[in-house]
Design a protein around this ligand. Structure first.
Ligand SMILES: *[C@@H]1O[C@H](CO)[C@@H](O)[C@H](O)[C@H]1NC(C)=O
Length: 298
């Protein structure tokens, strides 16, 4: 199931799960968009392995710039070529999969110069990707489920304002999901203040390319310690263990599927705000079938 367990329904589900001896179920979130060779969005959703697909990335925004979507080889947003994704997005959503737009990424020209700037980015996102309206929606009529913050440039200014403004649009109808992808060292250099708002539904912490807090050489001590800090320090809906989907997906932090299911998941699942795992990215997941190997244990 795609939905997150919420108390009290989740509480009773957990009781039932306990009575019949099945483990509490988590979800898998995956980033899609940065490699034209990863297959279509429809194929990703039809795999049945994901509850969240995160379109990556809106690489340019803020400082008064016209925001720019970058979906690598998938389509050219400048010529309206990404509006063809509308039916794929709606198809994913009809399966209960939430489709989000990720802001930022490791490379990009983004930053917020003021509260007004944050508010205008929020309005742009509402009109062009969410429930508002615009004559030039890059993904056409599809209404995304929310916005992911993958801010990695170390400039944290005004993302709390952006979260507040986006959250405010939920009052106009459909809920705007807010998610974030901080690095595992706590607190995150780029997202610390934004996460203090308490407005985020899911936080997928990147446990890769961060040797001080990730899994290494069969040792999960640092990972489990950082997981405990994150899940007890930040007020958010659910926490996901963010992982590379193959050895090629990151410089470090890969966990063999058998180690994940046998050792790491049992060590982190105990917290009430466990949500599942996040994978970077669909491309590497297709190559390694990581989600297929672990989905039954997440
Ligand atoms: C992925 O792995 C699972 C579990 O071993 C298997 O059932 C599934 O067929 C695999 N999928 C692909 C595409 O290889």
């Amino acid at each position: 199931m795609a939905g997150n367990l919420k108390w009290p329904p989740g509480f009773s589900l957990l009781l039932i799960a306990g009575m019949v001896g099945i483990a509490s179920a988590g979800n898998i979130a995956v980033y899609w968009g940065q490699n034209g060779g990863e297959g279509t969005l429809a194929d990703a959703c039809n795999s049945g392995n994901y509850a969240y697909v995160i379109l990556s990335f809106l690489t340019t925004f803020g400082n008064g710039q016209t925001p720019v979507l970058n979906l690598a080889g998938h389509c050219d947003p400048g010529s309206g070529g990404c509006t063809g994704l509308t039916s794929d997005i709606q198809g994913c959503q009809s399966q209960g999969i939430k489709v989000l737009l990720s802001l930022g990424g490791a490379v990009g020209n983004y930053g917020l110069s003021s509260t007004d700037d944050a508010n205008s980015v929020a309005s742009y996102l509402w009109d062009n990707y969410l429930g508002g309206s615009s004559s030039s929606r890059p993904l056409g009529a599809a209404v995304l489920d929310g916005i992911d913050f993958d801010i990695e440039n170390g400039n944290s200014a005004h993302y709390d304002d952006l979260a507040n403004a986006l959250s405010g649009f939920s009052a106009q109808g459909q809920k705007v999901y807010l998610t974030a992808a901080p690095q595992c060292p706590y607190p995150d250099a780029s997202l610390g203040p934004a996460l203090q708002t308490g407005l985020f539904d899911n936080v997928w912490v990147q446990f890769y390319n961060n040797p001080g807090c990730e899994y290494a050489n069969g040792d999960d001590t640092n990972l489990v310690s950082a997981w405990g800090t994150w899940t007890s320090s930040v007020n958010a809906g659910n926490f996901y263990l963010g992982l590379p989907a193959s050895t090629d997906a990151a410089g470090s932090g890969y966990i063999q599927p058998s180690d994940l299911t046998g050792t790491v998941l049992p060590a982190i699942k105990g917290v009430g705000n466990y949500g599942g795992i996040m994978l970077w990215s669909r491309f590497y997941d297709v190559q390694n079938n990581y989600s297929g190997q672990v989905v039954g244990s997440v």
